[in-house]
Design a protein around this ligand. Structure first.
Ligand code: RIB
Length: 302
């Protein structure tokens, strides 16, 4: 039987500008505008998983403004169940102001808008849906109270990509199996848990996360691949591609990882991560977050 992934997370409209280089503080630069793109770490991960063939349901909120439509476009077109997404009259849709430079590196400022309303009270209205999920996937773009409530409701596997790293309940965070984090986030999470790493080498970070109490962890390393700890450490290579835009590549990885774990119950985390790395690599070869994600029929780089 097909499993279900429930994402409790953020939905944003991404306002993307392209520049030769990022501005210095106090500097004004000319850039090139782009369409308003669909984004938000929660929505990106949900769309990435749905495009890989997973059955995905979303718990979240948008505003009643003109950014709502572009923000939810791909969630609808990729077949994500949006029954538990509420349009809030007196709120604005989450907004991300993104700058991408010539090397494909980005900076992002997020204005949460309606995502800030996905708190414990809101999430508790969707407890049954969350409890029925095989996997519940969370990020750091909803309030910590909503995060805690979602983990408390979950009866299946909980996967957490705490991006950005916000101060969440320790017990809830340690339910992650796996925790997905980049090197920088892994360091911040260890600090938050009061077990700072002595070394910022990925292997040391991964081992420290296991020592801190996580059953498993995946450290994403961009063009260098990923590292899985479950608790044995396995280096995951990634195909070498020409990066055009890295926005949402980590989200593509997280969504694809969940889709693979659902599609092949019992698969080793390292094997699911190998697939996710290829999906992430595909995504950096195209512009945007969700707009860059492969469908099940697309040829993934080797
Ligand atoms: O991870 C990329 C995402 O971060 C963007 O889509 C933006 O909306 C922010 O949430």
């Amino acid at each position: 039987m097909e499993g279900t992934l429930v994402v409790v997370g953020s939905i944003n409209a991404d306002l993307v500008t392209h520049v030769e280089r990022h501005p210095q503080p106090g500097e004004t630069l000319l850039g090139r505008g782009d369409d308003i793109k669909a984004g938000g770490k929660g929505a990106n991960q949900a769309v990435a998983a749905a495009l890989q063939g997973a059955h995905v349901e979303f718990v979240g909120a948008v505003g009643a403004d003109h950014y709502r439509k572009p923000a939810v476009r791909n969630l609808h077109s990729s077949g994500v169940d949006m029954t538990a997404v509420t349009e809030i009259d007196d709120e604005l849709t989450g907004l991300a102001v993104i700058t991408v430079d010539e090397k494909g590196e980005n900076t992002i400022i997020v204005v949460p808008g309606a995502n800030a309303r996905v708190d414990d009270q809101y999430v508790s209205g969707h407890r049954e849906r969350i409890a029925a999920a095989d996997i519940v996937l969370l990020q750091g773009e909803i309030p910590p109270s909503g995060f805690r409530e979602a983990v408390a409701a979950a009866q299946g596997r909980v996967i957490i990509n705490l991006a950005p790293v916000v101060d969440v309940d320790r017990e809830s965070l340690l339910r992650a199996d796996p925790l997905i984090a980049n090197e920088h986030e892994a360091g911040l999470i260890l600090d938050q848990l009061g077990t700072p790493a002595d070394d910022d080498d990925p292997h040391a970070l991964a081992a420290a996360l296991i020592d801190a109490g996580f059953s498993s962890a995946v450290i994403t390393l961009g063009a260098a691949g990923a590292l899985v700890a479950d608790p044995e450490l396995t280096d995951i290579p990634t195909p070498q591609v020409e990066a055009v835009d890295t926005v949402g590549a980590g989200d593509a990885f997280a969504g694809a990882l969940c889709a693979k774990l659902l599609a092949e119950p019992g698969i080793a985390l390292a094997d699911a991560a190998r697939h996710a790395a290829r999906v992430g690599a595909f995504s950096v070869t195209r512009s945007g977050a969700q707009d860059s994600y492969p469908g099940a029929g697309d040829l993934l780089p080797e």
